[in-house]
Design a protein around this ligand. Sequence first.
Ligand code: HEC
Length: 181
Amino acid sequence: MRALAGVVGVVAVVVGIALFATRDERAEAGEPISQQMAGPDTTGAAVWAHLHENGYEEWATWPEKGEMYQGQAPHGAQLTTYLNGIAADALEDGEEEFPAGSIVVKQNYMPDGTLAAVTTMYKVPGYNPDAANWYFTKHLASGDLDRMPNGMEMEGRVPGCIGCHQAKADNDYIYTGELGG
Ligand code: HEC
């Protein structure tokens, strides 16, 4: 009987290790990021839903910026920039890059205080190594994606966003403040 119990124990451990290995292999095989971490899929609709389901306007604002601070072109007269928990922790810990699942959300207001647009940068490992793996979106206040002059919706690897933000490549494509400090 003792011997049988021992065998059962060993089998349980081996099966446990095998299950772990399978999960790692699945992650490496490129399973959707949403199944590897608690982030939205890389679509404009999923990101917009995620922000609202998670009450992003209650998230931490960018340190020392607060709400409705003065912005510069092209984003708007007044800005509020929010960080999800992963991003806020990384900034506070002095990380030099935002980790997987970080979301930075910036609201752009018109001079009269009307919300004009909501832009996001969402860090998705492997999504776009040429642009620090940021997934970009720009939504209008209505929740529709904004469009480029050629009609393309502003979500994903948006050339205009990347073209300007890459000037800050040494700061993980981020303008609002220095990382690593
Ligand atoms: C011409 C340059 C330029 C373009 C184009 C641009 N940005 Fe920005 N972005 C900035 C600047 C400058 C800031 C800092 C905001 C400020 O203080 O005015 C910023 C800030 C941000 C932030 C807050 C995080 C950070 O980097 O500081 C997000 C999110 C963002 N931009 C998203 C976008 C998205 C999405 C697009 C494309 C639809 C875009 N940006 C296009 C210059 C640009």
